[in-house]
Ligand binder design. Structure first.
Ligand code: MRU
Length: 339
């Protein structure tokens, strides 16, 4: 029996299991992870993905490694984990928290990882409640990428808000961007919408503008991988495009994230490191459904995993700590709840 469990992670005393998100929704395959090296492969391939989940799973891998190798250099391992994906700051948050326990030994590390997991579950619930407060029956909500239970220890971020609204009896219709190139929307969010019994329609990313022009979108809700001190934020590539068209069509645009996604050391979006990924992801698709390549061999590719949305396009940032709009930020309130 795992001693902790979420929709996509099972924690055992000496190893963890993850639900391989590259295989969903065709197959629900749980994979055992015994080492930092196996974790890195899983995270790079997006078998483990989503900002909070990357950080939490790293914390457990580090704690388990330390218990197995009490004499080795834990800092070196933490540094390797940290370098696996650069953009989502939740990984840095979790590893900072773990490193702060190094001197207290292996039991403290295990306890810290458990606490991070419990914290994320609470943060999910808090931000989801605040996000749900912004939703009303009849709302047609557009979302991007996957921000649900698969990506966190709890109910999720933006999808968490939809899930809590559903529990409250609010009737929504959700438009799910398929989210090229890796189709987290088409594969994972569509699967979670069905699981939550929320009515939805899948759209190709390029359809969002005409959908808004037709007056069919009331709100946009997305997650974030890193929020800067000034409110600029990184999220799955395509988010910026959505924010621009939402602004043009005067559709409210909400970012739902835990405080662990805020990076106060990052003044503006220009400072966020953006991960570049394998050109093969753009030349075709691959996954449980097989591999299809349509581009010429070696077609030159630009493949950033994330883009940065400027704060001025955001209607409000919905955090566990509160709901912040531009006026709140100007008043000197900031995302960590201290002014
Ligand atoms: O590359 P991914 O799938 O890890 O990217 C995930 C996202 O961009 C999510 O929107 C983000 O992590 C926030 S919600 C958990």
């Amino acid at each position: 029996m795992p001693h902790l469990q979420s929709r996509s992670l099972r924690i055992y005393a000496n190893h963890l299991e993850y639900l391989d998100q590259t295989q969903l929704p065709q197959a629900e395959r749980w994979v055992r992870c015994d080492s930092p090296e196996e974790w890195q492969v899983a995270v790079k391939s997006l078998a483990i993905r989503g900002a909070p989940l990357i950080g939490l799973s790293a914390a457990f891998v580090l704690a388990q490694y330390a218990a197995r190798h009490p004499q080795s250099d834990w800092q070196l391992v933490s540094d390797h984990l940290r370098a696996t994906r650069p953009t989502a700051v939740n990984l840095m948050y979790c590893l900072d928290a773990m490193e702060a326990c190094f001197e207290q030994g292996v039991n403290a590390l295990a306890e810290r990882a458990d606490a991070l997991f419990a914290e994320d579950r609470t943060l999910c619930q808090q931000m989801a409640e605040r996000g749900a407060d912004l939703l009303q029956t009849g709302d047609r909500v557009l979302t991007h990428c996957n921000t649900g239970a698969l990506a966190t220890a709890g109910v999720g971020t933006a999808i968490g808000a939809l899930a809590v609204a559903k529990q409250r009896g609010v009737e929504l219709h959700v438009y799910v961007d398929e989210t090229r190139p890796l189709l987290q929307g088409g594969r994972l969010t569509a699967w979670e919408m069905a699981d939550l019994d929320i009515p939805y329609q899948l759209i190709a990313d390029s359809m969002a503008a005409s959908l808004m022009a037709a007056g069919k979108v009331d709100k946009v809700m997305v997650g974030a991988d890193r929020i800067c001190a000034n409110g600029d934020f990184a999220n799955k590539v395509g988010t910026y495009m959505l924010a621009v068209i939402a602004h043009y069509h005067q559709v409210p645009f909400y970012v739902v994230a835990p405080y662990t996604t805020v990076d106060p050391a990052c003044a503006t979006g220009a400072e966020i490191p953006i991960e570049q990924r394998d050109p093969a992801e753009i030349r075709g698709v691959a996954g449980a459904f097989g591999e299809v390549i349509w581009a010429p061999d070696n077609a030159p590719v630009w493949n950033p995993a994330f883009d940065v949305t400027p704060a001025k396009l955001v209607t409000a940032w919905v955090l566990d700590t509160g709901v912040f709009d531009a006026a709140a930020i100007e008043r000197g309130e900031h995302f960590l709840g201290r002014s």
